[in-house]
Ligand binder design. Structure first.
Ligand SMILES: C[S@@+](CC[C@H](N)C(=O)[O-])C[C@H]1O[C@@H](n2cnc3c(N)ncnc32)[C@H](O)[C@@H]1O
Ligand SMILES: Nc1nc2[nH]cc(C(=O)O)c2c(=O)[nH]1
Ligand code: SF4
Ligand SMILES: [Mg+2]
Length: 215
Protein backbone atom coordinates (compact mmCIF):
# COMPACT_ATOMS: atom_id res chain seq x y z
CA UNK A 1 0.00 0.00 0.00
CA UNK A 2 1.20 3.50 -0.78
CA UNK A 3 0.10 7.08 -0.36
CA UNK A 4 0.17 9.58 -3.24
CA UNK A 5 2.61 12.26 -2.06
CA UNK A 6 2.93 15.60 -3.83
CA UNK A 7 5.88 17.02 -1.87
CA UNK A 8 7.76 16.79 1.42
CA UNK A 9 9.55 19.92 2.58
CA UNK A 10 10.94 21.67 5.65
CA UNK A 11 9.85 25.27 6.29
CA UNK A 12 8.40 27.66 8.85
CA UNK A 13 4.84 26.85 9.80
CA UNK A 14 2.96 29.79 8.31
CA UNK A 15 -0.57 29.12 9.59
CA UNK A 16 -2.46 28.03 12.75
CA UNK A 17 -1.39 28.37 16.39
CA UNK A 18 1.90 26.72 15.43
CA UNK A 19 2.82 29.60 13.05
CA UNK A 20 6.48 30.45 13.39
CA UNK A 21 7.72 26.98 14.36
CA UNK A 22 10.04 25.01 12.08
CA UNK A 23 7.92 22.22 10.61
CA UNK A 24 8.06 19.39 8.09
CA UNK A 25 5.21 19.36 5.58
CA UNK A 26 3.91 16.17 4.01
CA UNK A 27 1.66 17.32 1.18
CA UNK A 28 -0.59 14.54 -0.11
CA UNK A 29 -2.00 14.54 -3.65
CA UNK A 30 -5.60 14.86 -4.76
CA UNK A 31 -8.53 16.96 -3.56
CA UNK A 32 -12.31 16.46 -3.60
CA UNK A 33 -12.92 20.24 -3.71
CA UNK A 34 -11.96 23.06 -6.11
CA UNK A 35 -11.86 26.24 -4.00
CA UNK A 36 -11.85 29.33 -6.21
CA UNK A 37 -8.75 30.78 -4.53
CA UNK A 38 -6.75 27.57 -4.00
CA UNK A 39 -3.01 28.28 -3.87
CA UNK A 40 -2.08 24.60 -4.18
CA UNK A 41 -3.70 23.47 -7.42
CA UNK A 42 -0.49 21.67 -8.37
CA UNK A 43 -1.35 19.08 -5.71
CA UNK A 44 -4.62 18.05 -7.43
CA UNK A 45 -2.97 15.36 -9.50
CA UNK A 46 0.84 15.56 -9.35
CA UNK A 47 2.49 13.06 -7.02
CA UNK A 48 4.38 9.82 -6.49
CA UNK A 49 3.49 6.71 -4.52
CA UNK A 50 5.28 6.37 -1.19
CA UNK A 51 4.79 3.67 1.44
CA UNK A 52 4.64 4.77 5.10
CA UNK A 53 8.18 3.46 5.92
CA UNK A 54 9.58 5.50 2.97
CA UNK A 55 7.91 8.64 4.32
CA UNK A 56 9.30 7.96 7.82
CA UNK A 57 12.79 7.51 6.37
CA UNK A 58 12.58 10.82 4.51
CA UNK A 59 11.47 12.66 7.65
CA UNK A 60 14.23 11.14 9.75
CA UNK A 61 16.84 12.85 7.53
CA UNK A 62 15.33 16.29 8.29
CA UNK A 63 15.49 16.22 12.12
CA UNK A 64 12.40 18.17 13.19
CA UNK A 65 9.75 17.00 15.66
CA UNK A 66 6.77 18.87 14.21
CA UNK A 67 5.03 17.49 11.09
CA UNK A 68 2.02 18.80 9.22
CA UNK A 69 0.03 16.49 6.98
CA UNK A 70 -1.72 18.59 4.34
CA UNK A 71 -2.62 18.51 0.66
CA UNK A 72 -4.66 18.58 -1.50
CA UNK A 73 -7.12 17.00 0.86
CA UNK A 74 -5.28 14.50 3.06
CA UNK A 75 -8.37 12.65 4.29
CA UNK A 76 -9.49 11.42 0.87
CA UNK A 77 -6.69 8.83 0.96
CA UNK A 78 -7.68 5.76 2.92
CA UNK A 79 -4.22 5.29 4.43
CA UNK A 80 -3.84 8.82 5.86
CA UNK A 81 -5.17 8.01 9.37
CA UNK A 82 -2.64 5.15 9.53
CA UNK A 83 0.20 7.51 8.44
CA UNK A 84 -0.79 9.96 11.19
CA UNK A 85 -0.85 7.28 13.89
CA UNK A 86 2.53 5.91 12.79
CA UNK A 87 4.07 9.42 12.84
CA UNK A 88 2.74 10.02 16.37
CA UNK A 89 3.97 6.60 17.53
CA UNK A 90 7.42 7.61 16.22
CA UNK A 91 7.37 10.65 18.52
CA UNK A 92 6.30 13.40 16.12
CA UNK A 93 3.81 16.08 17.05
CA UNK A 94 1.39 15.92 14.12
CA UNK A 95 -0.87 18.62 12.71
CA UNK A 96 -3.50 17.79 10.11
CA UNK A 97 -4.86 20.48 7.79
CA UNK A 98 -8.22 19.34 6.40
CA UNK A 99 -11.01 20.98 4.43
CA UNK A 100 -14.03 20.35 6.66
CA UNK A 101 -15.84 18.03 4.24
CA UNK A 102 -14.35 14.81 5.64
CA UNK A 103 -15.24 12.95 8.85
CA UNK A 104 -12.38 13.79 11.24
CA UNK A 105 -13.34 11.09 13.75
CA UNK A 106 -11.28 8.58 11.70
CA UNK A 107 -8.13 10.41 12.83
CA UNK A 108 -6.03 9.59 15.92
CA UNK A 109 -7.14 11.74 18.89
CA UNK A 110 -3.53 12.70 19.59
CA UNK A 111 -3.33 14.51 16.23
CA UNK A 112 -4.00 18.27 16.23
CA UNK A 113 -6.63 18.85 13.57
CA UNK A 114 -7.01 22.19 11.84
CA UNK A 115 -10.42 22.09 10.19
CA UNK A 116 -11.00 24.67 7.47
CA UNK A 117 -14.72 25.21 6.93
CA UNK A 118 -15.26 26.73 3.50
CA UNK A 119 -16.96 30.11 3.04
CA UNK A 120 -19.30 31.00 0.11
CA UNK A 121 -16.70 32.67 -2.14
CA UNK A 122 -14.73 29.40 -2.29
CA UNK A 123 -17.71 27.89 -4.18
CA UNK A 124 -17.48 24.90 -1.82
CA UNK A 125 -19.43 25.91 1.30
CA UNK A 126 -22.10 23.26 0.57
CA UNK A 127 -19.38 20.63 1.08
CA UNK A 128 -18.85 21.48 4.78
CA UNK A 129 -19.68 18.66 7.18
CA UNK A 130 -20.57 20.85 10.15
CA UNK A 131 -21.05 17.85 12.43
CA UNK A 132 -17.23 17.98 12.55
CA UNK A 133 -17.66 20.91 14.97
CA UNK A 134 -18.89 18.40 17.55
CA UNK A 135 -16.01 16.03 16.85
CA UNK A 136 -13.28 18.55 17.72
CA UNK A 137 -11.13 18.19 20.84
CA UNK A 138 -9.65 21.01 23.00
CA UNK A 139 -6.40 20.93 21.05
CA UNK A 140 -8.04 21.15 17.61
CA UNK A 141 -8.51 24.40 15.69
CA UNK A 142 -11.13 25.79 13.33
CA UNK A 143 -10.19 27.97 10.40
CA UNK A 144 -12.11 30.10 7.90
CA UNK A 145 -10.53 31.69 4.85
CA UNK A 146 -12.32 34.91 3.97
CA UNK A 147 -12.49 36.92 0.74
CA UNK A 148 -15.29 39.42 1.38
CA UNK A 149 -18.01 40.59 3.77
CA UNK A 150 -20.36 37.71 2.88
CA UNK A 151 -17.62 35.23 3.78
CA UNK A 152 -16.96 37.13 7.01
CA UNK A 153 -20.63 36.90 8.09
CA UNK A 154 -20.68 33.18 7.26
CA UNK A 155 -17.44 32.62 9.22
CA UNK A 156 -18.78 34.62 12.16
CA UNK A 157 -21.67 32.13 12.42
CA UNK A 158 -19.25 29.20 12.40
CA UNK A 159 -17.20 30.91 15.11
CA UNK A 160 -20.30 31.48 17.26
CA UNK A 161 -21.42 27.89 16.78
CA UNK A 162 -17.97 26.62 17.76
CA UNK A 163 -17.73 28.85 20.83
CA UNK A 164 -21.33 28.39 22.06
CA UNK A 165 -20.61 25.05 23.66
CA UNK A 166 -21.31 22.82 20.63
CA UNK A 167 -17.60 22.12 20.46
CA UNK A 168 -14.63 21.58 22.75
CA UNK A 169 -12.33 23.56 20.42
CA UNK A 170 -11.68 27.14 21.39
CA UNK A 171 -9.26 28.41 18.76
CA UNK A 172 -10.75 29.83 15.59
CA UNK A 173 -8.61 31.39 12.89
CA UNK A 174 -9.81 33.94 10.37
CA UNK A 175 -7.45 34.25 7.42
CA UNK A 176 -7.81 36.60 4.44
CA UNK A 177 -7.63 35.12 0.96
CA UNK A 178 -4.21 36.27 -0.10
CA UNK A 179 -4.37 39.29 -2.41
CA UNK A 180 -8.20 39.47 -2.33
CA UNK A 181 -9.00 40.84 1.12
CA UNK A 182 -6.83 43.38 2.91
CA UNK A 183 -5.72 42.10 6.35
CA UNK A 184 -6.59 45.57 7.71
CA UNK A 185 -10.24 45.20 6.61
CA UNK A 186 -10.59 41.77 8.21
CA UNK A 187 -8.94 43.05 11.39
CA UNK A 188 -11.40 45.95 11.63
CA UNK A 189 -14.40 43.61 11.25
CA UNK A 190 -13.08 41.30 13.99
CA UNK A 191 -12.46 44.18 16.40
CA UNK A 192 -15.79 45.85 15.64
CA UNK A 193 -17.68 42.65 16.53
CA UNK A 194 -15.50 41.90 19.60
CA UNK A 195 -15.10 38.44 18.05
CA UNK A 196 -12.92 35.97 19.98
CA UNK A 197 -11.02 34.69 16.93
CA UNK A 198 -7.38 34.88 15.84
CA UNK A 199 -6.25 36.72 12.76
CA UNK A 200 -4.04 34.42 10.70
CA UNK A 201 -1.77 35.78 7.99
CA UNK A 202 0.14 33.23 5.91
CA UNK A 203 3.72 33.87 7.05
CA UNK A 204 5.26 31.99 4.12
CA UNK A 205 3.74 34.47 1.65
CA UNK A 206 5.18 37.41 3.59
CA UNK A 207 8.63 35.81 3.87
CA UNK A 208 8.91 34.41 0.34
CA UNK A 209 7.35 35.14 -3.02
CA UNK A 210 3.59 34.31 -2.66
CA UNK A 211 3.56 31.78 -5.52
CA UNK A 212 6.71 29.93 -4.50
CA UNK A 213 6.24 26.17 -3.94
CA UNK A 214 7.83 24.08 -1.21
CA UNK A 215 7.87 26.77 1.50
C1 LIG B 1 -4.00 24.15 0.37
S1 LIG B 1 -5.06 23.79 1.70
C2 LIG B 1 -4.72 22.06 2.02
C3 LIG B 1 -5.53 21.48 3.14
C4 LIG B 1 -7.04 21.34 2.88
N1 LIG B 1 -7.34 20.98 1.54
C5 LIG B 1 -7.77 22.62 3.27
O1 LIG B 1 -8.30 23.28 2.40
O2 LIG B 1 -7.76 22.91 4.47
C6 LIG B 1 -4.20 24.57 3.08
C7 LIG B 1 -4.77 25.88 3.55
O3 LIG B 1 -4.46 26.90 2.63
C8 LIG B 1 -5.57 27.76 2.55
N2 LIG B 1 -5.52 28.54 1.30
C9 LIG B 1 -5.52 28.06 0.04
N3 LIG B 1 -5.43 29.05 -0.86
C10 LIG B 1 -5.38 30.20 -0.14
C11 LIG B 1 -5.28 31.58 -0.49
N4 LIG B 1 -5.24 31.97 -1.77
N5 LIG B 1 -5.24 32.50 0.51
C12 LIG B 1 -5.31 32.11 1.81
N6 LIG B 1 -5.38 30.82 2.21
C13 LIG B 1 -5.43 29.88 1.24
C14 LIG B 1 -6.74 26.79 2.59
O4 LIG B 1 -7.97 27.44 2.86
C15 LIG B 1 -6.28 25.89 3.72
O5 LIG B 1 -6.61 26.45 4.97
N1 LIG C 1 4.93 27.50 5.39
C1 LIG C 1 3.74 26.93 5.17
N2 LIG C 1 2.87 26.79 6.19
C2 LIG C 1 1.69 26.16 5.93
N3 LIG C 1 0.71 25.86 6.80
C3 LIG C 1 -0.26 25.19 6.15
C4 LIG C 1 0.11 25.04 4.81
C5 LIG C 1 -0.69 24.24 3.84
O1 LIG C 1 -0.53 24.39 2.63
O2 LIG C 1 -1.51 23.44 4.32
C6 LIG C 1 1.35 25.66 4.67
C7 LIG C 1 2.26 25.87 3.57
O3 LIG C 1 2.03 25.54 2.40
N4 LIG C 1 3.45 26.49 3.89
S1 SF4 D 1 -9.85 22.03 -0.17
FE1 SF4 D 1 -7.78 22.84 0.16
S2 SF4 D 1 -6.50 21.90 -1.46
FE2 SF4 D 1 -8.65 21.52 -1.98
S3 SF4 D 1 -9.16 23.15 -3.40
FE3 SF4 D 1 -9.74 23.87 -1.35
S4 SF4 D 1 -7.93 24.95 -0.54
FE4 SF4 D 1 -7.26 23.77 -2.33
MG1 LIG E 1 -0.09 26.19 1.63
Amino acid sequence: MALAVNEIFYSIQGESTYAGWPCIFVRLSGCNLRCSYCDTQYAYDEGEGMAIPDILNRLQLIDCGLVEVTGGEPLIQEETPELITRLIDHGYRVLLETNGSQDISRVDNRCIKIVDFKCPSSGESDSNDLTNVERLTEQDEVKCVIADREDYIFAREIARRTLCGCSRANTIHFSPVFGLLEPKQLTEWILEDRLRVRLNLQLQKIIWSPDRRGV
